[in-house]
Design a protein around this ligand. Sequence first.
Ligand code: CA
Ligand code: CA
Length: 385
Amino acid sequence: MFNKLILSTAFLVSLSTSQAKIGVEEVAKGFERPVWAGVPKGVDGKIWVMEQAGKVWIIDEKTGEREKEPFLDVSMDVTRKGNEEGLLGLAFAPDFQKTGRFYVNYTDLETQTRIVRFTSTDRKTTDHATEEIIMKYPSEFPNHNGGWLDFGPDGMLYIGNGDGGSGNDPKQRGQDLTSHLGKILRIDVSPKTGYKIPTDNPFIEDKNAKPEIWAYGLRNPWRCSFDRETGDFWIGDVGQNAWEEIDFMPKGKGAGANYGWRLREGLIATPSPQIGGDSPSGAIDPVYVYKHGKGDDEGLSVTGGYVYRGPIKELQGRYIFGDYQNPRIWSFKLEGGNASDFKDHTKELQPDGGRINLIASFAEDNTGNVFIVDHTGPIYRITEH
Ligand SMILES: [Ca+2]
Ligand SMILES: [Ca+2]
């Protein structure tokens, strides 16, 4: 009893020291099912917030005020039949300030995934007539549409696709190289119109594979990121009924990588109702997994995050991520290819007098501040007090 008391007091002291440091502040609120936020290169003091139903708003980071007109409105183009459908991702061209070009990923009225380029002439609003559909492909079932896209350190546009949906990948898309589903795609969008296949894409010579494929074996990559400092690539891949996973690939590596789905769920053969299999040869295991449940280190649907490169020393170099349904926020450091020094930040990142409800996405600004996008409306910034 005595020993226990001393232990718990020591625990409280160390907890409160670290709790005094990190917290969140609300940047803005009242969004309708926000699923993404981000900032074009070279812009400070503003953040773009995406609503799943099809609008993107520019927000003043200090006052939380939004512009009167949305930056983009594609509500008429997107379907919202399922919880995972709608406007899901945006990537600003690295030269957005000069060209006004940006790319979105959404599910259209025919349940296809569309990758669309728009051009904003004033960088504040977007004329819908500038729309150019550069890719579209069936996304089949309402769920598992991925939705993330962003530019890599190589200037190419990367796109994260889910396996098309239902459960247990009934059409076996994850390992099927003739399908865009269950893949990370990589395309060169530098031409004035359309796109090119990068000449170093791994399956460019394979007549039985889609040339856009960069990596495969994914179930539903829900939020990927490139480390702004190192260029390393991170994937949060949502699991089936057992394990959630985080995948990692060092900068410049990963052409043709197989992340294992649907044979593998996390580090094991996909369990019942349909049994998976052995790890395919050369398959990449996740660097971190957590099992399904409601505990402090468990969850139901991973939301991939960012390696923290902002002003808070304590978080430097830590991969911050969370769970959508069991709203926990965690971080770890990658050391020697393994997740180490795992931390649960859920308590210290609770807003004053409230709670974070559904972690739809994380976001990052140009100074490496990390934001939390709550699907129920507010956007928070991780801060130090
Ligand atoms: Ca789908
Ligand atoms: Ca995997």
